[in-house]
Design a protein around this ligand. Structure first.
Ligand code: ADP
Length: 844
C-alpha cells in the first residue's frame, strides 16, 4: 500500500500546476479508499506511511516540516477510513452498484464529502507551520480538496472494476468503465504535459524578447546621453573661453531632456595647483536637490587621459561608477607650443543608475523582470554596479554585454517565475480540472449506464425465466388439451359412428316413410353438425400446433361442386333463401387437397346461410391460369368495417347488439389457415345490412385431364359386375361391429367378425380374407400390434384401420405399421363403398 501510494503520489505531483505543489488530481486518495473498501482497515498504516513519504519528498526531505508530514499522513488515512465507513454505512459494500442513487451516493460520500478532511487538516498544519499565509488558505484548500475528490472519482471506480466483488458484475465493467476512465485520464494528462511545455517555451521566448528589448533600450538611452555630453565637450574644445552663461545655455536643455542626468560639470586641469587633485570645478549645472560629485577623481584615471593624449589615442570618454551613479568623463585637450596638446579639463555628466533603469523599464513591458549590472572597474576590478533583484530569484537569466565608454558592462536579466506563472496558473489549472472533471463525469456516466444495463439484463433474465416457465406450463397445458381433445373426440366419435351409420341405414330403408323419415333426417342432420363441430375443434387445435398438413391429390372438382351445390341448395331452401350458383369453365380434375377445399367452401356457405335471414346466397367458381377462385356472397347482416380484421381470429364472434349466434367462432380462422397452407388467399368485403362477399383464391394445378377422366369411366363400368369378397371386421364395440356388418352386407361381402386382435389373428390364420377392417383400440391385442404380427403372412390381404382418433399423427402411425388405409369413425359410407369397389376390381 505504501509503495502504491508513493508511486501514484509521484504521478499526482507531476500533475501539479506550477508554481504550486497542489496536484490537480491526487490519485492516491482514490487508491487508498478503494483499498480500505476491498481489503479492510488493516491497510490504513500503509496509507499513513505512504503519504508521509510523499510529503517528505515534495518538501525535499527537509526535516523542518515534520509535523506537516504527520498531519497530511493523518489527513489522508482518516479520509480513506471515513470514506469507507460512510460508504459501508449508507450504500453497503461489497455492492454491485446498480442503482443510480447508490452510484451517486457512493461517489459523493467517498469523494467530495470525505475529502474535506485531508484538505482541512493539511492546510491547517501548513498555515500553522508558516508555509502558507492566511490569505493563501482558500485557494490552497480548494485545490487540495478538488484534487483529492477527483482522485477518488477517477481511481476508486477503476480499482473496483479490477478487484471488487461480485466479480461477475464488476469484471464486466472493465471495458465499459475502466478503459474509458483510464484512457480519458491519460489523454488529459498527456495533453496537460503538452500545454505545459508549450507554455514554458512561450515564457522563455517572452523572456528572451523582453530582456533583449530592455538591453537595447538601455544601450540607446546611455548612448543618447553620451552624445549630448559629447556636444558640450565639443563646444568647450571649439570655444576655449566659453563663459558660464553659455555653458548653462547649452547644458540646461540636455539636463531637462534626461531625468536621470543629474549634473553636468566643467572641471579644469591644472597639475599641482589645487588641493588633493589637480582638477577644479569651474562650471556646474545640476538638478535641484542633487549633490554633485565632489570626490577627487582617481589619479590613474587622469593619468590614462593624459597618456591617451600623448599616445594620440582617440579616447572619447571614460566612466566612473560611484554609489548609484554613472559618471561620464570627457577630456578636453588644448594645443600647446610645439604642436602638442595637453589636458585642459574634463566635461563630466552624472547619471543616476536607478533613475536610468526606471526610465528604460517604465515605457516597456518589464513586468516581473529584474536587472543586475556588473562591470570591471579600473580600480576595484569586477563589481556589481547595480541590482534590483531579490535573493529569492534564482536560476534562469539572460546575459548581454554592453559597451559603455571605455568599459564593458554585463547586464543580467532575471525573471520572477512566480509572477510569470501566475498569469497562466489558473488557466492551466482550469484546463486540467475541466479535463479531469470530464473524466469523472465519464466514469459516473459509464457506471450509471452499466448499472442500468445490468439491471435491465437481470430483469430480462428473470422475465425470460418466467416466460420459459410459462411457456413450459402452456406447452404442458396444450399437450394435455390435445390429449383431452383426442380422447374426447374419440369418445364422441364412437357413439356418433353408431348414430350416423344406423341413421344412414334407416334412411335407405324403404319401409320407413313420412314423419319417421323426416325425424330420421333430422337425426342425421344433427349428427353431421355435431361431427363437423368435433372436426373443427380438432382442426383448430391442430392448426395451433402446426400439425395440419395439406395432402394434394388428384380430385374431381365437378363432383365436389355438385355435392356442395346439392347440399347447400337444400340448406338454403330450409331457410327460404335462394341459392344461386355460377360455375365458370374449369377442368374437371385438379391437383389439390379435396377434403380441405370442401371444408373451406362448406364453412363459407354455412356462414352465408347462417347470417342471412332473407335474400340470396350465391356461389361463383372460376378457374384461370392455375388459380381456382370461389366467391361466396350473401345478402345477410354483413360485417362492420371495424370487425373485418377480427373475424378471422379464433373464437371471435362478432355479434350485433349482443345476439348470440350458433357456432363457436373458429370456422373463418380454419378457412384462413387452410388457404394459407395451400398458398392461397382469402378476402372479405362486407357492408352491414347489405351483405358479405368472401373471395378465396387457391393455386391448384390441372393434371392430365383426358387420361384421368378415361380411367374413371373404366372403373365405373367394371364395378358393374360385383365380385364377392371376403371381409373380416375386428372391433370390441358391438354397435360398430353391427353397423359395419350392415354396410358391408349391402355391398355383397362375406363377413367374419372378431372382438379383439387375437381373435382376428386366429381367423386370418385359418381363412382367406380380401379385406380386413381393424379397430385400432381393442382389448387383448390392438390393431397396430395385429398388423405388425401379420407383416409377413398377409397373402394379398388389404388391411383398413378404423378408429375414432382422427389426428394425423395417429393416421401416420397406423399407415407406417402396415395398414393400407385408414377410415375415421363415424364411417363415411361413400368412402367405404369406394374401398370395396377397388378391392373387387383387384380381386377380379
Ligand atoms: P362462427 O360462425 O362459428 O361464429 P366464424 O369463424 O365462421 O365463426 O365467423 C366468425 C364471425 O364472423 C361470426 O361470428 C360472424 O359474426 C362473422 N361472419 C362470418 N361470416 C359472415 C357472413 N357471411 N355474414 C356476416 N357475418 C359473418
Amino acid at each position: 500500500m505504501t509503495g502504491a501510494y508513493f508511486l501514484f503520489g509521484l504521478l499526482g505531483l507531476e500533475l501539479a500546476v506550477p508554481p504550486s505543489n497542489a496536484g490537480a488530481v491526487w490519485p492516491p486518495a482514490g487508491i487508498a479508499l478503494a483499498s480500505i473498501l476491498l481489503w479492510g482497515r488493516s491497510i490504513a498504516p500503509g496509507i499513513f506511511v505512504g503519504n508521509f513519504c510523499i510529503s517528505a519528498w515534495a518538501f525535499g526531505f527537509d526535516n523542518q516540516p515534520l509535523l506537516i508530514y504527520l498531519a497530511t499522513g493523518f489527513g489522508a488515512t482518516t479520509n480513506a477510513l471515513m470514506g469507507a465507513y460512510l460508504i459501508k454505512r449508507w450504500v453497503g459494500f461489497p455492492t454491485e452498484l446498480l442503482e443510480d442513487r447508490q452510484i451517486v451516493l457512493f461517489l459523493f460520500l467517498g469523494g467530495p464529502l470525505s475529502c474535506l478532511i485531508p484538505a482541512t487538516v493539511g492546510i491547517s498544519a501548513m498555515t500553522a507551520g508558516g508555509i502558507i499565509t492566511p490569505s493563501e488558505i482558500p485557494v490552497n484548500w480548494f485545490s487540495w480538496w478538488v484534487g483529492d475528490s477527483i482522485g477518488v472519482l477517477v481511481f476508486t471506480p477503476l480499482l473496483l472494476t479490477l478487484f471488487a466483488n461480485p466479480a461477475a458484475i464488476w469484471r464486466q465493467r472493465v471495458i465499459p468503465v475502466g478503459i474509458p476512465l483510464i484512457l480519458s485520464f491519460i489523454l488529459v494528462a498527456v495533453f496537460f504535459y503538452y500545454i505545459q511545455k508549450v507554455e514554458y517555451q512561450r515564457h522563455e521566448q517572452e523572456f528572451d524578447n523582453q530582456s533583449l528589448v530592455l538591453s537595447q533600450a538601455l544601450k540607446h538611452r546611455i548612448q543618447d546621453q553620451a552624445q549630448s555630453l559629447y556636444g558640450i565637450r565639443n563646444l568647450l574644445i571649439g570655444i576655449p573661453d566659453l563663459d558660464e552663461k553659455d555653458f548653462r545655455l547649452f547644458s540646461q536643455p540636455v539636463l531637462k531632456e534626461f531625468d536621470e542626468l543629474e549634473a553636468i560639470q566643467w572641471l579644469v586641469y591644472k597639475p599641482g595647483q589645487f588641493n588633493k587633485t589637480s582638477l577644479k570645478t569651474v562650471y556646474s549645472e545640476q538638478k535641484t536637490n542633487v549633490a554633485t560629485y565632489s570626490d577627487p577623481l582617481p589619479a590613474p584615471l587622469i593619468d590614462r587621459m593624459i597618456q591617451a593624449n600623448e599616445s594620440k589615442l582617440l579616447a572619447k570618454a571614460y566612466i566612473e561608477t560611484v554609489d548609484d551613479h554613472l559618471i561620464f568623463l570627457m577630456p578636453v585637450y588644448q594645443n600647446t607650443a610645439l604642436n602638442k596638446t595637453s589636458l585642459k579639463g574634463i566635461v563630466s555628466g552624472m547619471i543616476s543608475i536607478p533613475l536610468l533603469i526606471h526610465q528604460v523599464f517604465k515605457t516597456l513591458d518589464s513586468d516581473g523582470i529584474y536587472l543586475a549590472i556588473s562591470g570591471t572597474d579600473n580600480m576595484s576590478g569586477y563589481r556589481i554596479i547595480y541590482s534590483n533583484t531579490s535573493n529569492n530569484l534564482k536560476g534562469d537569466y539572460r546575459q548581454y554585454g554592453l559597451q559603455v565608454a571605455d568599459q564593458i558592462w554585463q547586464l543580467y536579466f532575471y525573471r520572477d517565475s512566480a509572477l510569470a506563472h501566475s498569469q497562466t496558473h489558473w488557466s492551466m489549472w482550469w484546463f486540467l480540472i475541466s479535463g479531469l472533471l470530464f473524466t469523472c463525469l465519464l466514469g459516473l456516466g459509464s457506471l450509471l449506464l452499466t448499472g442500468r444495463y445490468f439491471k435491465t439484463e437481470r430483469i430480462v433474465d428473470e422475465r425470460t425465466a418466467d416466460l420459459l416457465q410459462a411457456k413450459t406450463s402452456a406447452e404442458t397445458a396444450n399437450k394435455t388439451k390435445d390429449q383431452f381433445l383426442a380422447k374426447i373426440s374419440h369418445e364422441l366419435r364412437t357413439p356418433l359412428n353408431g348414430i350416423l351409420g344406423f341413421t344412414q341405414l334407416l334412411q335407405k330403408n324403404s319401409l320407413i316413410s313420412g314423419l319417421e323419415k323426416q325425424q330420421i333426417d333430422i337425426i342425421s342432420h344433427c349428427s353431421e353438425d355435431l361431427l363437423t363441430l368435433i372436426n373443427d375443434i380438432l382442426d383448430i387445435s391442430a392448426i395451433e400446433n402446426n400439425k395440419i398438413k395439406i395432402t394434394p391429390e388428384k380430385f374431381d372438382l365437378s363432383g365436389l361442386l355438385d355435392d356442395i351445390c346439392q347440399l347447400f341448395s337444400l340448406k338454403a331452401k330450409e331457410k327460404q333463401l335462394d341459392f344461386v350458383t355460377s360455375i365458370g369453365k374449369h377442368p374437371r380434375y385438379l391437383e389439390g387437397d379435396k377434403k380441405r377445399i370442401r371444408q373451406i367452401l362448406s364453412n363459407l356457405l354455412n356462414n352465408a346461410i347462417k347470417y342471412t335471414d332473407q335474400g340470396i346466397v350465391g356461389l361463383t367458381v372460376n378457374y384461370h391460369d392455375g388459380l381456382l377462385e370461389f366467391i361466396v356472397t350473401d345478402t345477410g347482416c354483413g360485417i362492420a368495417d371495424a370487425h373485418l380484421n377480427l373475424i378471422f381470429s379464433p373464437f371471435i364472434q362478432v355479434t350485433e347488439h349482443g345476439t348470440i349466434t350458433e357456432g363457436i367462432g373458429i370456422g373463418l380462422a380454419i378457412c384462413q389457415e387452410l388457404t394459407k397452407l395451400m398458398k392461397g388467399d382469402i378476402k372479405v368485403h362486407s357492408e352491414p345490412a347489405i351483405g358479405s362477399e368472401f373471395i378465396v383464391t387457391l393455386p391448384v394445378s390441372c393434371t392430365d385431364f383426358e387420361n384421368t377422366s378415361l380411367i374413371d369411366e373404366q372403373n365405373s363400368q367394371r364395378t358393374g359386375g360385383k365380385a364377392k369378397i371376403n371381409a373380416l371386421i375386428a372391433d370390441d364395440n358391438e354397435i360398430n361391429l353391427l353397423l359395419l356388418s350392415n354396410l358391408l352386407d349391402a355391398q355383397c361381402c362375406r363377413i367374419d367378425s372378431a372382438m379383439n386382435g387375437q381373435e382376428a389373428l386366429s381367423l386370418i390364420d385359418r381363412n382367406h380374407y380380401d379385406l380386413a377392417f381393424i379397430d385400432l383400440k381393442m382389448p387383448v391385442m390392438g390393431g397396430i400390434e395385429l398388423v405388425k404380427k401379420l407383416r409377413n403372412k398377409r397373402n394379398g390381404l388389404k388391411m383398413i384401420a378404423i378408429s375414432a382418433y382422427a389426428d394425423r399423427q395417429m393416421i401416420q402411425e397406423a399407415l407406417n405399421a402396415g395398414f393400407n388405409d385408414y377410415l375415421t369413425k363415424p364411417i363415411d359410407s361413400d368412402q367405404l363403398i369406394r374401398l370395396i369397389q377397388t378391392t373387387q376390381i383387384n380381386h377380379e
